[in-house]
Design a protein around this ligand. Structure first.
Ligand code: ASP
Length: 428
């Protein structure tokens, strides 16, 4: 996603007092209040007279999830179109960049799946079952290819089919980009209104997304209070296992980046880590790789010492597509929930998770909790019940920070590798 002013939160002073409390703090307060309410309602032994109240506590989470599902496809569509219309990518560097992004994201997902398959965090405890049960379908990769082209251009927006949507978005993105270049060469400006409309739509979707995100503390409150009231604290032991597994996978991914930096660029990994620390800390504290983008770009040049062109390609262009931490997280979440509910995902289905996670991470905007939005698409592709994402929401405020730092580290790695084996100062 490219940087526009209005994606930043509005001036704090113009917000009502409760919106001025940072989201993370709001979620922590919601968690504490929810635990208190859950205990008051029975902590695993609820009285039948409270049954209706406890069931209805799930309503905010259900609404938030529905809204996220509804927003996911328009977000991916306009984000991809917007990037194609506005980013500047030179020819051969563009191909190298695409290859680097693809390999890094694939490695991230494989690391995530490997850790989830080895540690099996979903078997360490149990989570409550959602109301709806969905049959386990055996989807085959060939079927996926056959299904890649939609029946109608707008159909993927209605059916939330992420692969079809990416196909449509890429086709229109590439063509619009080509038309824009042709028109610029001929001195015409006919493309401008389309570019403006896409930019405005993009901003509109982000703003609606921000409304939904503002409701997340209520969703967390409801779902945690309901879970504690009905099941006590057992489900959270399982979630703790998930957190540990995700952190292990993210650390492994960071090691992969450092290895690539060491062998594929002139940059020393320590210099990379120390120079990038401002960007990592900003990413962790804002949960947004887009907000961190200018800092990433700056430190790559001033502290790590890369050329401006490599810094721009990785940190400004790559950042739009490159969300390795998000990809890893989405794949792990799918596997984790499949383990929790005993719905085994075979190799073919895990391959579908790999593919959809790549697309879902490309479509995830660099803003807080965006990964949760596109995660619904990964779940749907292998028929996992998306209702379980409500429980992941309770830990997302922390895991989002960690994966955002990895997203930024991924962009920086791409820049370092593009900078090559020879430092700038040797050429000067
Ligand atoms: N917060 C992440 C980012 O800004 C996206 C996500 O939710 O995974 O990179």
């Amino acid at each position: 996603m490219s940087q526009t002013e209005s994606q930043h939160p509005p001036d704090n002073a113009s917000r009502p007092w409760w919106r001025r409390i940072p989201l993370t703090l709001q979620i922590v307060i919601a968690l504490v209040l929810a635990v208190i309410l859950g205990i008051a309602l029975g902590a695993g032994n609820p009285s039948p007279s409270n049954a209706a109240l406890i069931t209805n506590l799930a309503i905010p989470a259900e609404l938030v999830l529905k809204a996220l599902r509804a927003l996911a496809t328009p977000l991916i569509l306009v984000a991809v179109l917007h990037t194609f219309m506005t980013a500047t990518i030179p020819g051969t560097a563009g191909r190298r960049l695409a290859l680097l992004l693809f390999t890094n994201t694939t490695v991230a997902i494989l690391v995530g799946l490997l850790v989830a398959n080895v540690l099996r965090p979903g078997t360490w405890g149990s989570l409550p079952k959602p109301q709806t049960t969905i049959a386990n379908a055996n989807l085959d990769p060939w079927g996926l290819i056959k299904d890649a082209v939609p029946e109608a251009v707008l159909a993927p927006l209605v059916s939330n089919n992420v692969i079809q949507l990416i196909v449509v978005a890429l086709c229109f993105g590439i063509v619009l980009r080509g038309l824009k270049s042709e028109q610029i060469a001929q001195g015409k400006t006919g493309y401008q209104p389309i570019e403006d409309v896409i930019g405005i739509l993009f901003e509109a979707v982000i703003r609606i997304l921000n409304w939904v995100i503002a409701l997340v503390p209520f969703a967390v409150f409801g779902i945690v209070a309901k879970t504690v009231a009905e099941k006590g604290f057992a489900p959270f032991i399982s979630l703790a296992a998930f957190i540990v597994a995700v952190l292990v996978a993210l650390v492994l991914q960071a090691c992969y980046y450092l290895t690539r930096v060491k062998f594929n660029s002139w940059v020393n990994p320590w210099r990379f880590l120390a120079g990038g620390s401002d960007a990592f800390i900003t990413a962790f504290s804002t949960s947004s790789s887009t907000v961190t983008m200018p800092i990433t770009w700056e430190v790559l040049q001033t502290k790590v010492g890369l050329r401006e062109s490599s810094a721009s390609l990785g940190a400004l262009v790559g950042a739009n597509f490159n969300n390795d931490g998000t990809a890893l997280y989405e794949a792990m979440s799918a596997l984790y929930i499949s383990q929790v509910i005993g719905q085994h995902l075979n190799l073919g289905q895990q391959l579908i998770v790999v593919l959809t996670s790549i697309f879902a991470s490309v479509g995830a905007a660099g803003i807080p909790n965006a990964g949760l939005v596109t995660m619904t698409l990964v779940f749907t592709s292998v028929r996992l019940p998306t209702e379980y994402i409500a429980l992941l929401v309770t830990v997302d405020w922390f895991l989002d920070r960690c994966r955002t730092a990895i997203n930024v580290m991924g962009d920086m790695t791409v820049s370092a590798v593009l900078d090559g084996k020879k430092p700038r100062y040797e050429e000067e």
